[in-house]
Design a protein around this ligand. Structure first.
Ligand code: HPA
Length: 274
């Protein structure tokens, strides 16, 4: 018997196939202020999320809600320009649905990015952090509920959610291109409130280098389906509990937009070597 989730994935793919015949190998999810990588995709077919069956709609203004198909660094890619967040009220299953669709279309590697606060005191605004591990403090998990054995195991292993090979490759490419990177642990909180000073102190103590409100649900579902994952955080603000400044969303987007060309170079370099 086909489950509801498997049927929904097929509905979305059947619609997409009426618009493009591309078989994507790499999936990319672009975070806040990072959408312009989509402009470099060639032979581009663009679909609006609102037209794709079972895709939720993005409610955040800084996210565009477009799915791009085409070539980047000679590889077939599917790129989400705009993602869904838990704080928008979507369920974890809705947030991660596009990753399910990517896998079923042929994607083997997921590259995911976000804008994040720098909790590690040595991190500076505009740094790029390669994610080496994560701490899920969202208070939910997209795999809660009946397991879809056809998609992945009941208890997915999390000893290497982010591919060590891709981390190493990213570090090498960044160093060749003289782009400074950090490599650290990303923690997700539900938001939409920013963290209190006490929460930043707690995050530092538990080993967080960067904090944000996204990414982990998609990564969990990608790992569930055995995709290899590479994640990046752009540090858009410094979260020192002793010198905390009021966060300005415009500032976050400006820092992300300014840093995006460097991240784009790393991502293109990685894709060319997959
Ligand atoms: N927390 C703190 N700073 C941030 C975040 C966050 O979730 N996202 C971007 N900057």
């Amino acid at each position: 018997m086909t489950s509801d989730l498997l049927k929904k994935i097929d509905d979305a793919i059947n619609f997409i196939k009426t618009k493009t015949s591309i078989v994507p190998e790499v999936g990319i999810i672009l975070g806040t202020g990072l959408g312009s990588l989509a402009n470099e995709i060639t032979s581009n077919v663009v679909l609006n999320y609102k037209d794709i069956p079972h895709f939720p709609l993005s409610t955040v203004e800084s996210h565009q809600g477009k799915l791009h198909f085409g070539k980047l660094s000679e590889k077939n890619v599917i790129v989400m320009q705009g993602r869904f967040h838990f704080y928008e009220g979507y369920s974890m299953q809705q947030i991660t649905f596009p990753v399910r669709v990517m896998k079923k279309m042929g994607v083997k590697t997921l590259i995911i990015s976000n804008a994040a606060g720098g909790v590690n005191p040595s991190y500076k605004k505009g740094d790029i952090m390669i994610i080496k591990d994560h701490i899920n403090l969202l208070g939910d998990n997209p795999l809660i509920g009946q397991n879809e054995d056809e998609l992945g195991p009941r208890f997915p292993d999390m000893s290497e959610p982010y591919s060590q090979n891709l981390i190493k490759l990213s570090e090498e490419i960044a160093s060749q291109k003289k782009i400074k990177t950090q490599t650290g642990v990303f923690t997700a909180m539900s938001g939409p409130t920013l963290e209190t000073r006490a929460e930043y102190k707690f995050l530092q103590k538990i080993g967080t280098d960067a904090v944000g409100m996204s990414t982990i649900p998609e990564v969990i579902v990608a790992v569930h389906m055995s995709l290899q994952v590479l994640g990046f955080s752009i540090i858009t603000d410094e979260c020192d509990p002793e010198k905390l400044q009021v966060l300005n969303l415009e500032d976050v987007i400006n820092v992300a937009t300014k840093t995006e060309p460097s991240l784009r170079e790393i991502i293109k370099g990685v894709i060319s070597q997959l």
